[in-house]
Design a protein around this ligand. Structure first.
Ligand code: ATP
Length: 217
């Protein structure tokens, strides 16, 4: 939990996600301010409790104005988003995949590789860097059970598209693609492509052709 959350009573902390969801909707609809009465109506918490809750995190409503939606939104996202650990899955436990499993992402941010998938029987059933390696046969079921929304793809290039196609039956909305394959995905899925060989080649090209970074542009 972040410092701010620790200072507020638990009963208030429990209501934060409720407030947050409503404030996000308000913000998305373009509203700049909201009264405690409107909030009370929407989240079904009495307005005296809302005023008290909000005072814990320094949001003081003004009479006739209400609360500033942007302020509330930034408070909630700062407090809640950081706390939540985002679980991702890794597919393909080869050299690169193994390195990612051993790398502790949690050191620097709130992302964790929760599970990995493989076809190689000698790797299935093992744990690498505390991450369980499962059979590819269980892909859809396991991803759905853990509500995984992003995967890291470190399989051979010729397996990439076929695996991507299987993700249609899951909640996965993001793929970090370390294979050279150009993946076709539905519009709702975002692919970030990292081709280490191309990046390295590009760096070498720039070193050769633009040895002094100041001469670029
Ligand atoms: P290694 O030295 O273990 O072969 P590598 O990174 O050089 O590692 P790749 O051929 O790129 O090997 O394969 C990466 C990993 O992806 C391997 O562990 C391989 O067993 C696995 N793999 C291959 N096909 C699939 C697939 N269809 N689904 C999931 N994993 C796969």
């Amino acid at each position: 939990m972040s410092e701010e959350t620790m200072k507020i009573p638990q009963a208030t902390a429990k209501r934060l996600p409720l407030y947050y969801r409503f404030i996000k909707n308000l913000h998305a609809s373009g509203k700049q301010r909201v009264s405690s009465a409107e909030l009370s109506e929407a989240v079904k918490v009495d307005s005296a409790t809302i005023r008290r809750d909000f005072s814990y995190f320094g949001a003081l409503g003004k009479k006739g104005y209400g609360y500033n939606v942007n302020y509330l939104l930034s408070f909630f996202s700062k407090t809640l988003d950081q706390d939540e650990i985002t679980k991702v899955a890794l597919i393909g436990v080869g050299n690169l995949g193994t390195a990612f499993l051993n790398y502790n992402f949690l050191k620097n941010n709130s992302t964790k590789i929760a599970m990995a998938f493989e076809v190689d029987p000698s790797k299935i059933g093992t744990n690498i860097g505390d991450v369980p390696v499962y059979d590819m046969k269980e892909l859809e079921q396991r991803l759905n059970e853990e509500e995984i929304t992003a995967v890291i793809l470190t399989v051979p290039v010729n397996a990439a598209q076929q695996i991507t196609d299987r993700l249609k039956d899951t909640e996965v909305k993001g793929i970090l693609n370390f294979t050279p394959a150009r993946l076709s995905v539905p519009p709702s899925v975002r692919v970030h492509h990292i081709d280490l060989a191309v990046e390295l080649q590009s760096l070498i090209y720039f070193l050769k052709n633009y040895p002094n970074p100041d001469t670029e542009s």
